[in-house]
Design a protein around this ligand. Structure first.
Ligand code: ADP
Length: 455
């Protein structure tokens, strides 16, 4: 079967949806291909938070921020391996992208709460209603339908088609009923197929450390298809060895814990001996490595009701909370002693740790690990204690794109007709992606790709 559109987009996550809407808005006919039965990818199952500087929420909360500070944090967070020019494009366009989500796509963001993920100097992550990517994907999908854009699920892109000059002119895909469909693209193809966190073989190929011992937080569709397809026609890859683990995940499934977002409001991490071992707002790679270095390679996250009342993660992520409790991975205790005993931690050691935390909360200075937001007093119960391990979460490497999201070949030249955006690209996050920067990346560059391809 053959079908013809102006623009063919591979992957229906945050980047693919944003690209599709912009390309259509610019007048192009668009088809969005998704290999899974349902849309959303990693965007859907993420917390959905999105960084941007000088947003309406920052203004309302009186938080001072700047594009330059956002750039600085992002580059520094990735050990200065990210491309400064591309990070600038991200930071300069993320605010407009967030406003677009709010005003055009009708995404509801919390009006009076922001996250400050590790590595950020200020609170700058917008939080969608429900604290997950579901709010983003639901609204993006509604908008896609309203605009009459064709979406083909169960349709897996397998090959990029080129003409004699090397220009990308379409995509060959495996259709829902098994047959091959050729999608001709008059204007171009956008790859928005996400990363390769779910592909253990590919992880090992680029970094043997991330083998089977790690589970993954990622959606099953993130198998690096777009990277492999583009490489087959000469695209350059970069930063492929940089693979990120998320520190606080379910020890049974590898799934990210959103209940544990209480960490951003003061929850602490302790080991089996009841001792803190890392600053809780450190970078994900630092915390992950620190957890793996503890006895058993796991940690416990501990917080009290006062912290819980601020973060509200137990109510917000009720299903996850109940599942963790049922599986014996999270316990709510009236007293600290009871919390310690549930996981066979020495109660006196844990009490000593909390006494120190309370002392540092009072003085405003964490003498042990320099908690950047300041520790909170935890003398009063009830307490929540949760067991956690790190799990593969994001692949920072991928395709090389330029400011207009054109995919570059090994010689640094744009491959005509080929664009890419989101986790499939490798130029922004360097060695370590900061929290809230994946959604910012996917939406911001997805929009740019959609606008550019339609030109
Ligand atoms: P991003 O955040 O960059 O948008 P996501 O992980 O949210 O990335 O979305 C990527 C989407 O691409 C996922 O829904 C995934 O199933 C889809 N995808 C991956 N490979 C293919 C492919 N070969 N054909 C079609 N869709 C794909």
């Amino acid at each position: 079967a053959e079908q013809t559109y102006d623009v063919v987009i591979i992957g229906a996550g945050g980047a693919g949806f944003s690209a599709a809407l912009e390309a259509k808005q610019a007048g192009a006919s668009v088809v969005l291909l998704e290999k899974m039965p349902s849309v959303g990818g990693n965007t859907l199952i993420s917390g959905g938070e999105m960084n941007a500087a000088n947003t309406w929420v920052q203004k309302k909360l009186g938080i001072e921020d700047s594009t330059e500070l956002f750039i600085e944090d992002t580059l520094k967070g990735g050990d200065n391996v990210g491309d400064p020019e591309m990070v600038r494009v991200l930071a300069e366009n993320a605010t407009a992208a967030a406003e677009w989500l709010k005003d055009e796509v009708k995404v509801n963001f919390l009006e009076d709460h922001l996250f400050q993920f590790g590595g950020h100097s200020v609170k700058r992550a917008l939080i969608p209603e429900g604290h997950t990517g579901a709010e983003l994907i639901t609204k993006l999908k509604t908008h896609l339908d309203e605009m009459g854009i064709d979406l083909k699920t169960n349709t897996k892109a397998e090959k990029l088609l080129t003409d004699d000059s090397g220009k990308v002119i379409g995509v060959e895909a495996a259709g829902a009923n098994g047959g091959t469909i050729t999608f001709h693209a008059n204007k171009g193809v956008i790859i928005a197929s996400g990363g390769f966190g779910s592909n253990v073989e590919m992880r090992k190929q680029y970094n043997p450390e991330y083998d089977e011992k790690y589970m993954t937080t990622d959606a099953p569709g993130t198998t690096g298809d777009g990277i492999v397809m583009a490489q087959a026609i000469g695209a350059a890859l970069t930063n492929m060895e940089s693979i990120q683990t998320y520190p606080v995940c379910n020890p049974k499934t590898g799934v990210i814990s959103l209940v544990a977002d209480s960490r951003f409001d003061g929850a602490i991490l302790v080991n089996q001996s009841g001792q803190r071992f890392v600053e809780e707002l450190e970078r994900r790679d630092v915390i992950s490595k620190a957890i793996l270095a503890q006895e058993g390679g796991y940690a416990y996250q501990l917080w009290n009701q006062e912290i819980g009342d601020i973060s509200k993660t137990v109510d917000t992520h009720k299903d996850e909370y109940e599942m963790l409790v049922k599986d014996g991975l999270l316990y709510k205790a009236d007293t600290l002693k009871e919390a310690a005993e549930f996981f066979k931690i020495d109660p006196e050691a844990l009490q000593a740790t909390i006494d120190r935390v309370n002392k540092f909360a009072k003085s405003g200075k964490d003498e042990d690990f320099k908690h950047r937001a300041g520790l909170k007093d935890m003398s009063k119960g009830p307490y929540y204690i949760q067991k956690a391990v790190p799990s593969v979460h994001h692949t920072m490497g991928g395709l090389v794109i330029n400011k207009t999201t054109e995919v570059l070949n090994e010689q640094g030249q744009p491959i005509p007709g080929l664009f890419a955006a989101g986790e499939v690209t490798g130029v922004i996050h360097g060695k370590n992606r900061l929290g809230g920067n994946a959604i910012a990346d996917a939406i911001t560059f997805g929009r740019i790709a959609g606008q550019q391809v339609a030109k």
